[in-house]
Design a protein around this ligand. Structure first.
Ligand SMILES: C[S@@+](CC[C@H](N)C(=O)[O-])C[C@H]1O[C@@H](n2cnc3c(N)ncnc32)[C@H](O)[C@@H]1O
Length: 263
């Protein structure tokens, strides 16, 4: 993938379509760690009963609906995909949660919310997909009350990622656009947030990728196979590729929470 493709409209459209296709296949959970990591993120953001919370890049609505159910929080989900927004709205109706969970279509680079309209904002596994990350964190912070938190969880890198993995597909599935934890924290600092903290969630978990998010493992396997087809790698058998994919995911990628307080 060319460097200038990152941040292009084309790649953004490809990414949204990638998640819509997964939704059609019945996959609703688009982040590692499932509800456990959502719970940790909610704690970090200070969500409690009645909190009015913004869920940025809300996808299928799973997180927003969970927070509405678990905390009786009032959640507004925001996502670029019309299909995701329609799906999440239907799910809210089915679950009798329309009074607590609403969903709005839009782009994080142009957010419509009035200053200080939320008690907290979260975003799960999505910052790595946005082209101007500092601007996006500023946009999110604008919607949050002074003294309250913006908290994101996201894929992080823990070393150099091979060039052949910088494909549109691996960008869409949150691997090729991931950054080291420190860089994600720096985005919050540059966006003007205070008391920025960051910590890794994957540190104590053995190989969560293959078990919890097999789709990432399969996309990496496919990228390796493409690299062999293109002659970048020597041919390898399936078990060697399997070991390479597992090693790459568990050694070079992690999942972390970063938060900061709005001034
Ligand atoms: C990895 S999924 C995460 C969804 C959800 N947060 C979760 O954890 O299940 C990424 C989501 O980001 C949305 N997205 C991508 N680019 C966006 C943008 N510029 N503005 C708003 N949403 C965007 C996609 O439509 C998709 O639903």
């Amino acid at each position: 993938m060319e460097k200038d493709m990152i941040g292009s409209e084309e790649l953004q459209e490809f990414t949204v379509k990638y998640y819509e296709d997964r939704l059609i296949k019945g996959i609703e959970n688009f982040h590692p760690g499932g509800i456990d990591y959502t719970e940790k993120l909610a704690m970090e953001a200070g969500v409690r009963e009645g909190t009015r919370i913004l869920d940025v890049a809300s996808g299928s609505g799973e997180t927003a609906l969970y927070l509405a159910m678990r905390f009786k929080a009032e959640v507004v989900g925001f996502d670029l995909s019309e299909k995701m927004v329609a799906h999440a709205t239907e799910r809210a109706k089915d679950l009798g949660l329309r009074h607590l969970a609403t969903f709005k279509k839009g782009d994080v680079h142009k957010m419509p919310f009035a200053k200080g309209s939320f008690d907290a904002a979260i975003s799960e596994c999505s910052l790595c997909l946005f082209r101007d990350k500092v601007q996006v964190i500023q946009n999110i912070a604008h919607g949050v009350k002074s003294g309250k938190k913006v908290a994101v969880s996201d894929v992080i890198t823990k070393g150099e990622i091979p060039k052949e993995l910088h494909t549109p597909l691996l960008y869409a599935c949150c691997l090729a656009g991931a950054q080291p934890l420190k860089e994600t924290m720096d985005i919050f600092i540059k966006a003007g947030l205070k008391n920025v903290v960051g910590y890794e969630l994957t540190a104590d978990i053995k190989d969560p990728w293959k078990e919890e998010l097999p789709v990432l493992y399969h996309e990496v396997m496919n990228a390796f196979k493409d690299a062999i087809r293109l002659g970048v790698y020597e041919p390898k058998d399936e078990s060697e590729l399997d070991r390479m994919a597992e090693r790459l995911l568990s050694e070079k990628f992690g999942y972390a929470i970063v938060s900061g307080i709005v001034l």
